[in-house]
Each structure stands twice: as structure tokens, then as C-alpha cells.
Write a protein that binds this ligand. Structure first.
Ligand code: WT7
Length: 658
């Protein structure tokens, strides 16, 4: 289906949502519109009320919002003091002690573990005591490198309880990437497991941690969860300790350390268009409010619901939508350790069926892959409990949207295509299930407090009205926005607040169509999105030139039907160093895996004699992008190139490897 076609296709709110026993919190488009208007016109009144409704404050705030984009000093609920773990665990452990907080769906579908709020509180307290005993205090950074198990949630909340700052590193990152992140945040304690298990395969988490910690005295302590227990891991004396041994001796209560609303809750590293990964910093009050408010309104989560976000805790989606959002509301959240296709392509749907899941949240890449494998895997499961099904991470193509809506949602569920970023903390553009008529492929309308603007990329002028395309920016501060990049506020300003003064710049292109619907068109910078995982071209290029025979490298994102984008790398070589090009290419792919992680593996590496450059020597990635995406006939003016003659050579090279 073409974009124009889907732009005209509108799906009303499914009747079942409005007439079913669970009435949506917001049940008409007019109600959404008036709430949104109020939220952007009077953000102080709107969010002060919301913050008191959603969160428990130990000290009341007087100032709702201060600071601005120009000065980069945005702060919310200033005098307020609270604790995130208290908000996510204690208060529910007292109100609904036996309610299930976490359902752990293990890699092996027969391994299911449930933790009630009461149990979760005890575990979080024990771990807080362990960390406290290791001298972890308010403001200290703790690195977490773990599989998708309840201990990961416990570790994160134990940090929050102490006012310590967790920095979770996705367990698909390499030892080098982990080292870089530990080094940057200065963590003295690392929490990991013996191993992880995903799709039946083993991830050697502890071994990778050991590799990352080769420099002596980089950290003081490594806490190791015995998860698989199948191999004996090496424990470094006086550094490594077993989680279960420490926990056995820890008291199951530890008081909370109340922090300022603006104290950091966590760091999460993400790729930018240039340089090393950035430690995106989120603070406590504003982040928690954004997380809880979006889960309640965008997923319409009610008391008896079973909510499932299939992301990994190592990414922002896991932080906001597996842990903080649902737990802050006192909901039941599912923790999924496996993959969509293990042991069969029915795994997601069997999980929905088994736990009677009501909200289900995943990524377009998984939807596309499952659609391709055939309907029978969905059809054999009972999905009738579902009410809201969500998508996140990249634009969802209309075909995948329709399949999700019809096959998974039986045309009776709201599809929420949720647009946001690590930096925005929570969803910023999305339909509301009971209120917004949807268009397949459009993230539709802004969430409360978000005033989106589409700017002319060249002039920075705001393009008002409908039927406009440009870059997406946000016009005023919202509670869950990132406050800074750890130890690098300059970079924060340069990346987000300086490019278009007075605006927060997202880095994405977007259209507002004739009906005012927002369509996200993808990144306009050098960020590549592979299966919803964010990578920077420069990071991959740096990994490639580590090979002594590579002279120059240029990386671009090519179109891929399954993963959205995929990585194509062009390399030139130093003279007379390589005899076997195929072997070199294999080696380069391995080098990237080793430097960054398996998910960053290039799909194609082209060894070429030269790269397209301007006369001043700047690499023209735009030209490479067109060649790879079969648009070499649309290169436009190539007269500024140093040597337009190399285009044909590159086209032939790319064809040859396809
Ligand atoms: C980038 C942020 C926070 C979600 C997980 C990824 C792209 C995200 C959508 C969507 C179109 C989307 C954007 C954004 N993106 N959601 N619904 N439609 N594009 O977080 O790693 O910080 O990446 O993901 O390009 O800038 P992230």
C-alpha cells in the first residue's frame, strides 16, 4: 500500500473498546483534544495536578516547572522530594500486597516465576542492604549487565531505593562497549549473572564482564546472580561475590533514601550521530510521572490488566515500559526472557494466551518477521484478552500495521504506534486507544504536554498548518525529557537544544498530513536504526578502521524489509596489504561484532578503490545511500564531487555483491 493510500485510510476506535466492560480512561477524541490543549497551555497547573495524583511525595513541590530550552536548565517539581522505589513498590506492597508485580516468562516456556508486590519489596530491600554494605550511596553510579530476569528489576529498584544511579548496559553489547560505558560513568559496582539464555542460546554475561574489567581496579565489586548455574564461572577473589549468598544474609527491609525530584534516577547510553555513546541522564520526578501517565493513558491499563512489553530492560523501552511505568501504577508487568520465535513462531501469542495478557507492546521488526512466517502461528492461540497492542522503535509500514491490527488484534484492539526516544523518556506522539481514530503507519497526535513543531531543516522556520514536511522538534519542556548528557552538558546543548534555538530537536524527519496526523519519516542525521536498535555510522566506522589494512570507512543505512534499515560499509584499503578480500571482509564483520556487539553486524562490506567525496575531501554518504538503495539515477547534481567518475564503479560493486 502506498503512503498516499494509507493517508486516506482511517480506522475508528474499535467498538469493543468503548462498549466492553473496561471503559477507557479517555473515551473520545474531543476529550483528548481538550486535555491536550490544557496540558500545553497551562503545563504548570496540568502537571502539578497529575504529579500529585500519580506520585507519592515525601516533600511537596511548590514550583512545577522552571528553566527553558535556551538555557538548558529545565527542571520539574523543584522542591519536591520522593523515592522512585517507594513509588513503584512500597506503596503497592502495602495497598495490594498479594497482587502480582512481575510475571517472569523464562526462555524455556515452562519456567514461569511470579513475584507479588510484597515479595518484590523484600527482595528490593535485601539488595539495597547488600549494595549499602558495599558502600553504594546516593548519587553513586552502578552498572548492570544482565539478562531479562527478575533480579535485573530488583537490582535497578535497589539502586533507586538508595538514590544510586543505575546504568544498565544491554547484554548484547560487547566487552569493549561495556568497558567504555563503565569507564564513562565511573561505576564502582557491576551487577551481572553467570550466564543469560535467549532463544536456547547462551550469553556469557560474566565472561564478558571479566573481559571488560581487564584493567585492574576499574571497579571494586562484581555481584553475580547464579541464573543458569550450568557452567562454573571464574570468580575473582575479593572482587566477585554471589548474589544469593549476599541476599541470604541481608535484612528484608531497608529505608528509602528520599531524593530531590531533580536528582538523577538513571543513565542510559545511546548512540548519537558522532562520537562516543552518550550517557542520557533522566531525573526522578519528571521521568516517573511521564512513565506512569503514558502507561495509564496510552495503554489504558486498569487494575486487573496483565500488561506485557516485550522489549529488553537494557533499552529505554524496558526502563519506562517494563519497569517504571507499570510498577509506578501498581500494575502487573511481564518480563520476557526469550525471542519471538523460540521454541516456535507462536511464542509471543502463546505467552499472551497463557497469561491472559491485555496490553501487548513490541517492535515493527518483530511484527514483520512474524507476519512473514505465516498466520497459522497466530491463529492457533486465543488472543481475546488483548485490548491494546503497541508498536515502537521505528516507523511501522502500513502492511505490517494492518496485519497486526487484523491478525493479532482481530480488528477489535486499538493499535498504538508510539513515537519517542531514549531522550524523551516516555512516549511523545501516539494515539490514545479509546479516543484516536488511527491511520496505519502514522503515530497520529502528541501526548499531553507535547507541542510538536515541524521545521524547515534549512531555515529552522516553523512550518505551520497541515500538509507540511520537515524535521520534527518540540516546542516546550515536558516532565520526562532528559536533562543532560552525563559529564557533557555541552554535547547535550549542541545535539538537542542548539540546532534550532528555542526547540528540542529530535533528529527525525516528519510530515503533518492534511488531517493533522503526524508521520515519522526516520532519522535525518547519521543514526541508523536496525530492528529498532540505534547505532551511529561513526561508531561502526571507528570499529572498521581498527583493522590495520583499512584506510577509510564510510557506513550508511540501507533499506531492509525485515529490520527497517541495515548496515552497509564501504572501505578503502592501504596499498598492498591484502591478498584475500573475502577473508578481509569476514574479518571486518567480526571486528564490528567484537567492538560493538552482534546486533551491529554489517550486512554488506564493500572494498572499493575510492569513496565519493567533495572537493574538500568530505565523504558523501548521501551518494552511497542512494547507490545502495537503488536510487543511483536520482543523485542529482554531482558536479561538486571530486571525482564523479567513481559512481559507476560503486554501482557495479554494490550490484555484484547483491
Ligand atoms: C528513534 C529513537 C524509544 C523507543 C525505542 C527506540 C525511532 C521510535 C518510532 C515510531 C517511527 C520511531 C525514531 C527515534 N522511532 N519510535 N513509533 N515511529 N520512528 O529508542 O533507541 O532512542 O531511538 O527511534 O527515529 O528518533 P531510541
Amino acid at each position: 500500500m502506498s503512503a498516499e493510500h494509507s493517508e486516506n485510510k482511517i480506522y475508528p476506535v474499535p467498538e469493543r473498546l468503548l462498549s466492553g466492560p473496561t471503559k477507557p480512561f479517555i473515551d473520545s477524541f474531543e476529550q483528548y483534544q481538550s486535555l491536550w490543549q490544557e496540558s500545553v497551555d497551562n503545563p504548570s497547573t496540568f502537571f502539578a495536578k497529575a504529579a500529585r495524583e500519580y506520585l507519592h511525595w515525601d516533600t511537596n513541590f511548590q514550583t512545577t516547572c522552571a528553566g527553558d530550552f535556551e538555557n538548558g536548565n529545565v527542571a520539574w517539581f523543584l522542591e519536591g522530594e520522593l523515592n522512585a522505589a517507594y513509588n513503584c513498590v512500597d506503596r503497592h506492597a502495602f495497598a495490594t500486597p498479594d497482587k502480582v508485580a512481575i510475571i517472569h516468562e523464562g526462555d524455556d516456556p515452562n519456567n514461569v516465576r511470579k513475584l507479588t508486590y510484597k515479595q518484590l519489596l523484600q527482595e528490593v530491600c535485601r539488595m539495597a542492604n547488600v549494595l549499602h554494605g558495599l558502600d553504594v550511596r546516593k548519587g553513586d553510579n552502578v552498572a548492570i549487565y544482565m539478562p531479562m530476569i527478575p533480579e535485573t528489576v530488583i537490582a535497578m529498584l535497589a539502586c533507586a531505593r538508595l538514590g544510586a544511579v543505575h546504568s544498565v548496559v544491554f547484554a548484547g553489547f560487547s566487552a569493549e562497549s561495556l568497558y567504555e560505558r563503565i569507564q564513562d560513568c565511573g561505576a564502582r559496582v557491576v551487577i551481572t549473572s553467570d550466564e543469560g539464555r535467549r532463544g536456547g542460546k547462551t550469553v556469557a554475561t560474566k565472561r564478558i564482564v571479566d573481559e571488560a574489567l581487564q584493567l585492574p581496579n576499574l571497579v571494586d565489586r562484581v555481584i553475580v546472580v547464579k541464573h543458569t548455574g550450568t557452567t562454573s564461572v571464574s570468580m575473582t577473589p575479593s572482587r566477585d561475590i554471589w548474589w544469593h549468598q549476599e541476599m541470604a544474609n541481608a535484612r528484608p527491609y531497608h529505608p528509602v533514601t528520599v531524593v530531590s525530584s531533580e536528582d538523577p534516577l538513571f543513565l542510559l547510553y545511546t548512540s548519537g550521530s558522532t562520537g562516543t555513546p552518550k550517557g542520557v541522564l533522566h531525573t526522578t520526578g519528571g521521568f516517573l510521572l511521564g512513565a506512569a501517565m503514558t502507561v495509564k493513558n496510552i495503554f489504558d491499563v486498569h487494575d486487573d490488566d496483565i500488561y506485557a512489553c516485550m522489549a529488553d530492560l537494557g533499552w529505554i523501552t524496558g526502563h519506562t515500559y517494563i519497569l517504571y511505568g507499570p510498577l509506578c501504577l501498581g500494575a502487573t508487568t511481564l518480563l520476557f526472557e526469550s525471542t519471538p520465535t523460540y521454541p516456535t513462531a507462536s511464542r509471543f501469542w502463546e505467552t499472551v494466551d497463557k497469561h491472559k495478557i491485555t496490553q501487548f507492546y513490541t517492535a515493527p521488526t518483530a511484527i514483520r518477521a512474524l507476519r512473514r512466517l505465516g498466520d497459522e502461528y497466530v491463529d492457533r492461540c486465543n488472543l481475546s484478552t488483548l485490548r491494546v497492542i503497541g508498536s515502537v522503535g521505528e516507523p511501522i509500514n502500513p502492511e505490517a500495521w494492518e496485519w497486526y491490527y487484523k491478525k493479532v488484534g482481530h480488528s477489535q484492539c486499538a493499535v498504538v504506534d508510539t513515537y519517542w526516544q531514549t531522550e524523551t523518556g516516555s512516549i511523545v506522539v501516539s494515539p490514545l486507544p479509546g479516543a484516536t481514530p488511527t491511520k496505519p503507519g502514522s503515530a497520529t497526535f502528541p501526548f499531553f504536554g507535547i507541542r510538536p513543531a515541524i521545521l524547515d531543516p534549512a531555515t529552522g522556520q516553523e512550518l505551520e498548518g497541515n500538509d507540511v514536511t520537515g524535521v520534527l522538534a518540540i516546542k516546550q519542556p515536558w516532565p520526562s525529557m532528559s536533562r543532560t548528557i552525563y559529564n557533557n552538558h555541552h554535547r547535550f546543548m549542541e545535539t538537542y537544544l542548539k540546532p534550532y534555538p528555542g526547540f528540542y530537536f529530535t533528529g527525525d524527519g516528519a510530515t503533518r498530513d492534511k488531517d493533522g496526523y503526524i508521520w515519522i519519516r526516520g532519522r535525518v542525521d547519521d543514526v541508523i536504526n536496525v530492528s529498532g536498535h540505534r547505532l551511529s555510522t561513526s561508531e561502526i566506522e571507528s570499529a572498521l578502521i581498527l583493522d590495520s589494512s583499512v584506510a577509510e570507512a564510510a557506513v550508511i543505512g540501507g533499506h531492509d524489509d525485515l529490520t527497517g534499515q541495515c548496515i552497509h560499509a564501504f572501505c578503502t584499503l592501504k596499498p598492498n596489504m591484502v591478498s584475500d578480500t573475502e577473508k578481509l571482509i569476514e574479518g571486518l564483520i567480526q571486528q564490528v561484532r567484537k567492538s560493538i556487539g552482534p546486533f551491529a553486524k554489517p550486512k554488506q562490506v564493500y572494498v572499493v578503490s575510492d569513496l565519493p567525496k567533495t572537493r574538500s575531501g568530505k565523504i558523501l554518504r548521501r551518494v552511497l545511500r542512494k547507490i545502495v538503495n537503488n536510487e543511483a539515477d536520482q543523485l542529482g547534481d554531482t558536479s561538486t564531487m571530486a571525482d564523479p567518475g567513481i559512481i559507476q564503479q560503486l554501482v557495479d560493486k554494490v550490484k555484484q555483491r547483491h
